[in-house]
Design a protein around this ligand. Structure first.
Ligand SMILES: NC(=O)c1ccc[n+]([C@@H]2O[C@H](COP(=O)([O-])OP(=O)(O)OC[C@H]3O[C@@H](n4cnc5c(N)ncnc54)[C@H](OP(=O)(O)O)[C@@H]3O)[C@@H](O)[C@H]2O)c1
Length: 492
């Protein structure tokens, strides 16, 4: 039996992530009966407030953000588990006091000395807090486990990621470090492996002999909003490509693992990243497109351009859009391109993987000028989770027409679409000690190696920004990237 008894210590307990994601996730976990009996949450912040004030604020956030309506009994149970601990984590003298507080709580709640330290704080503090935990002897305790949860971004580039990792490893071992990529907690991302490895119809044709190209699109209607300071130092490459997109790409393209153990899966994912070839400036000149949004309309409402947003310099060169063509140079994928695009202030909001199968020869039904629509398999991650398949059938309304027919399993019924939020699954896995849905260091290192080359190339070039209107689907060059290959982006 896995012992999940623990104290979850949230550094950043008054922050946005805790209010919008972590606490609603804990509430829903409790509702689903997957919170251990012996469990406590200690939220750390600097602000002066009583535990009752803190609990009331959390209650308001759960009311607002939980996917399920609040049940008073469940809330009162969760409420009793939460405490607020005021502490400036730059003050190293405070850590032994925090330790004493937690040890005391162990006795009261029978949480067995087990700890989850959740870094819901700005990344520049990760090292400071880990150091504080180390000097107070809080990272490794005899007879109990301690896990460290690191939010993204994990470093700003390969060099800073390596440095951070080194610092973490001086205190925690690799298997106790949980690097969050919340996309991996999404149901449909987990479904990629299930679809591939439980359906003979898919796995037998999942290769360059049958697949023409694969597209991964993560599109947002939102602009940077209040996150200008963060985004200006990040851009689409760091915010989306280095983390979420590389993870999705590895899951779509990986070989079947020898078993479903964490390391077997992560090893196959890593091999995909290692097989990506040609990230040279010459290759990138032809195969990457950067964009930044100007003014435009989202759903008919006028919006400002990126350079007019709060906390953004008027001459910012940060990219809010990236489109990229990649080759995975292995036996399965050589010759089948992967197209990736992500951006803010686009005309649609969604995350989709489109697998376009190869055309049949233009004979028989396609010999007399009939346009052949390709078979498409679409894995929709958000907003509606589901799988969509397009195939050709006879058009029953005419004598000889062929029409693409769509089979769509998307959950339009809200009760079916009410799938657990990513953070519910991730926190549950941390409690269970299962790190399959978290990034291993060598995966992070490999994706930074790729992202670094692309970011460096962008920093040397001078694309004229802004180059797409808010509400469009990105710069014209993004369409040309595929048109040149005789292909197009699919907007399903
Ligand atoms: N928000 C999201 O949806 C989201 C999504 C993905 C990843 N993340 C990542 O999650 C992390 C947290 O983001 P956030 O948006 O929640 O940030 P945030 O709203 O700015 O919250 C920061 C938290 O850190 C605390 N804090 C800052 N300095 C402190 C100090 N010296 N001592 C004690 N507490 C201190 C703040 O406490 P006081 O307010 O009491 O000072 C607050 O609770 C970041 O790494 C971010 O990149 C966030």
């Amino acid at each position: 039996m896995i012992d999940m008894s623990a104290i979850l210590v949230i550094f950043g307990g008054t922050g946005d992530l805790t209010h919008r994601k972590l606490m609603p996730a804990l509430y829903n976990m409790l509702l689903d009966g997957i919170v251990p009996e012996h469990f406590r949450v200690v939220s750390i912040g600097r602000r002066d407030k009583t535990v009752d004030e803190y609990r009331n604020e959390i209650r308001a956030s759960i009311d607002r953000y939980s996917r399920n309506k609040v049940d008073e009994n469940i809330w009162s149970k969760l409420c009793g588990m939460i405490s607020y601990y005021r502490f400036d984590f730059r003050d190293f003298e405070g850590y032994p006091k925090l330790k004493a507080y937690l040890d005391n709580l162990d006795k009261e709640a029978d949480t067995k000395g087990n700890r989850i330290y959740y870094m819901a704080v700005a990344p520049e503090y990760f090292e400071t807090i880990v150091h504080g935990l180390h000097i107070a002897g809080m990272a490794r305790q005899e007879g109990s486990w301690s896990r460290l949860v690191i939010e993204k971004p994990f470093g700003k580039d390969l060099k800073t990621a390596r440095h951070l990792n080194q610092k973490l490893l001086e205190v925690f071992d690799e298997k106790s470090i949980y690097r969050i990529d919340h996309y991996l907690g999404k149901e449909m991302i987990q479904n990629i492996m299930v679809l591939r490895f439980t359906n003979s119809i898919f796995e037998s044709i999942w290769n360059n002999k049958f697949i023409d190209n694969i597209q991964i699109s993560l599109t947002e209607k939102l602009g940077v909003g209040t996150r200008g300071n963060y985004y200006e130092n990040s851009g689409a490459m760091r915010d989306m490509v280095q983390s979420h997109i590389m993870q999705i790409l590895s899951l779509v393209a990986m070989e079947p693992p020898v078993n479903l153990k964490t390391d077997s899966i992560r090893t196959e994912k890593l091999k995909v990243l290692e097989a990506i070839e040609d990230i040279t400036p010459e290759f990138l000149r032809e195969n990457v497109v950067f964009g930044q949004y100007g003014r435009g309309f989202i759903d008919g409402v006028p919006v400002v351009g990126y350079r007019e947003e709060a906390n953004i310099p008027k001459d910012s060169n940060t990219e809010t859009f990236v489109a990229l063509k990649l080759h995975i140079n292995n036996f399965r994928w050589a010759g089948t391109p992967f197209y990736i695009r992500t951006g803010k202030r686009l005309g649609t909001y969604g995350a989709e993987i489109v697998i376009q199968f190869k055309d049949l020869p233009n004979i028989l039904y396609f010999s007399d000028g009939h346009i052949q629509e390709p078979n498409l398999l679409v894995i929709r991650i958000q907003p509606n989770v589901g799988v969509f398949f397009q195939f050709n059938t006879k058009d029953f309304t005419s004598h000889h027409g062929i029409v693409p027919t769509k089979m769509d399993t998307s959950y339009e019924n809200p009760s079916q679409g009410n799938t657990p939020e990513a953070y519910e699954r991730l926190i549950y896995d941390i409690l269970r000690g299962d790190s399959t849905l978290f990034s291993r260091w060598d995966e992070v290192e490999a994706s930074w190696t790729i992202a670094d080359r692309i970011i460096k190339y962008r920093e040397q070039g001078n694309v004229k920004f802004p180059n797409y209107d808010a509400g469009s689907m990105g710069p014209v060059r993004s369409f040309e990237l595929l048109a040149r290959d005789g292909r197009k982006w699919w907007n399903i």
